[in-house]
Design a protein around this ligand. Structure first.
Ligand SMILES: Cc1cc2nc3c(=O)[nH]c(=O)nc-3n(C[C@H](O)[C@H](O)[C@H](O)COP(=O)(O)OP(=O)(O)OC[C@H]3O[C@@H](n4cnc5c(N)ncnc54)[C@H](O)[C@@H]3O)c2cc1C
Length: 485
């Protein structure tokens, strides 16, 4: 297949547009020269505070049953206690789980607590019920078939069937109740091949004369600031067997994209470790070129803003796509593999690819969100702001109001993990924005390893559910009083 990438000469022109205002910058419409609408008379985050009503627990949880509120508060309290999480992880990994009775007991307790709080259900039917409950409360769902990485073609084929089935189920549900179907490329292309492809792509970035005969039309994957330390020496070309596996992976993604296109449900590709992310971006952008048309992106990629090169890459890719007339969709996240990334970079004697301070990560997320909101307001692109960070949510709301970006189908979506940040989700939804919950589903045994990895990497996130817990306690207290008096 012919290689057609954007020449480096052109890419150099796409430096990050510093004219893009950060989310907390004052917009010209706020200056006294033009009378601002009443809503913007206050600084953005104060204005957003009013719109989100984050201190009104009764309104925020109006659609949540007392039983669910009670269970949510208890699970969040338990997961906020470090030793409880350690104990849970130890039990789930222990040999106890190999034998009959203890295993059944642990699974049944897990199913009723941790699993039902953070997962949509054990199968598509169970997930549909959870989706219905959320839909009644004004929220949408991103359906995540909770599989692990695949290591061979057989595993990839099995996973593909699961993803295809997820699209079928989503299509059968009330329109708009499912906003996205999520795919992990690591589940439909063998991990070893993703590592090899990433090595080859990195080497081509180091040496543009390095030819990759298998490479399809794509968009820029690396910026000048992108670290390439993972690939120390020139990799061998793909073997015929690897080329054939790559063909199979391409076909799997094509099949999935076509099914999503027919169902008109966008496919959102998750981001993972930097060892395999270049290949994931390559697949995502090649598929975006094929399937994203008019102002309807079917394939969405993910940018992890904890990476120092995130902003540069986002700008390069969106600019190149714009030149090609390809509408892009991006999910912005902070990133979930911080400790792994730091250890890996250290093992290469290289500086961490993660921002040096958490404030730098916050700034990067907010800058990228601002950049994408401007794209959404002025063009065919779409964005998913996937965050539990209340300040980022408020800043984005203020910016969206300022730009006039509202409830336009698929253009702007906020998203939080199912079972997390309920107050922010309901606050954003009450303010008139589209909000989705990221909902893994599958048998407990299959989804638990996925949840454990998430819990291990995101300890801070679980501990930081304090604001939600406080609001839930307040609302439970109010309901109790109302029932008694
Ligand atoms: C819908 C959805 C989809 C997601 N999909 C993905 C995905 O595809 N890929 C992925 O990697 N993650 C994904 N995540 C997880 C996400 O990346 C974050 O781990 C998680 O949401 C926490 O970030 P936050 O924006 O909610 O911010 P906060 O609640 O403010 O959390 C910030 C966290 O950032 C971490 N952090 C980041 N940078 C630094 C730094 N420089 N120094 C110290 N700490 C730092 C800290 O651990 C801290 O806990 C997803 C999250 C959601 C809600």
């Amino acid at each position: 297949m012919a290689t057609r990438v954007i020449p480096p000469r052109i890419l150099k022109k796409f430096r990050y547009n510093t004219a893009t205002k950060p989310l907390n910058a004052v917009h010209p419409s706020l200056t006294p020269a033009i009378a601002p609408p009443a809503f913007f008379e206050k600084p953005p985050s104060v204005a957003a505070e009013v719109a989100l009503g984050m201190d009104d627990a009764e309104r925020l949880f109006a659609s949540v049953s007392t039983g669910r509120l009670l269970r949510s508060a208890s699970v969040l309290h338990a997961t906020a206690v470090g030793p409880m999480v350690d104990l849970g992880m130890w039990v789930m990994k222990s040999p106890l789980l190999q034998s009959g009775l203890p295993r059944d007991l642990v699974m049944s307790v897990t199913r009723e607590t941790f699993f039902s709080h953070f997962c949509a259900g054990e199968d598509a039917a169970g997930a549909s019920k959870s989706i219905g409950v959320l839909n009644d409360a004004g929220l949408r769902s991103m359906l995540v078939y909770g599989v692990e990485d695949a290591h061979d073609n057989e595993g990839c084929d099995q996973n593909l069937n699961g993803f295809l089935h997820t699209v079928t189920v989503s299509k059968s549900l009330p329109p708009s109740s499912v906003s996205f179907v999520i795919v992990k490329i690591t589940a439909i292309c063998p991990m070893a091949l993703l590592e090899r492809l990433s090595d080859l792509l990195r080497w081509q970035q180091k040496d543009p004369s390095f030819v990759l005969p298998w490479k399809q039309d794509s968009l820029p994957i690396f910026a000048e600031t992108s670290p390439l330390y993972h690939t120390q020496k020139r990799p061998e070309p793909l073997t015929p067997e690897e080329e054939s596996d790559l063909q199979l992976a391409n076909q799997r993604l094509l099949q999935l994209c076509q099914k999503c296109e027919e169902a008109n449900i966008p496919l959102l590709v998750d981001a993972e470790h930097t060892t395999v992310q270049p290949a994931i971006d390559y697949f995502t952008y090649a598929a975006s070129i094929k399937h994203n048309k008019a102002s309807n992106p079917i394939v969405f990629g993910t940018i992890q803003t904890y990476l120092k090169d995130a902003k540069d890459r986002l700008l390069l890719t969106t600019n190149a796509a714009e030149k090609m007339g390809v509408p892009m969709g991006f999910k912005l996240v902070r990133g979930a593999y911080m400790s792994t990334e730091r250890k890996l970079a250290q093992s290469f004697g290289h500086a961490s690819p993660i921002h040096n301070t958490i404030q730098d990560t916050h700034n990067c997320f907010n800058d990228c969100a601002s950049f994408m909101l401007e794209k959404v307001a002025n063009g065919p692109d779409s964005v998913v702001l996937a965050t539990h960070n209340i300040e980022s949510g408020k800043l984005a709301v203020a910016k969206a109001h300022e730009l006039g970006v509202g409830k336009v189908k698929q253009k702007l979506e906020f998203a939080q993990l199912y079972g997390m940040s309920e107050a922010l989700s309901y606050g954003l939804s009450n303010a008139g924005f589209q909000v989705s919950k990221y909902m893994p589903f599958g048998p407990v045994e299959m989804v638990m390893p996925y949840l454990l990895r998430r819990a291990e990497e995101n300890r801070g996130l679980l501990a930081a559910s304090g604001f939600d817990r406080q609001l839930m306690r307040k609302e439970l207290g109010r309901r109790l009083k109302a029932a008694v008096f």
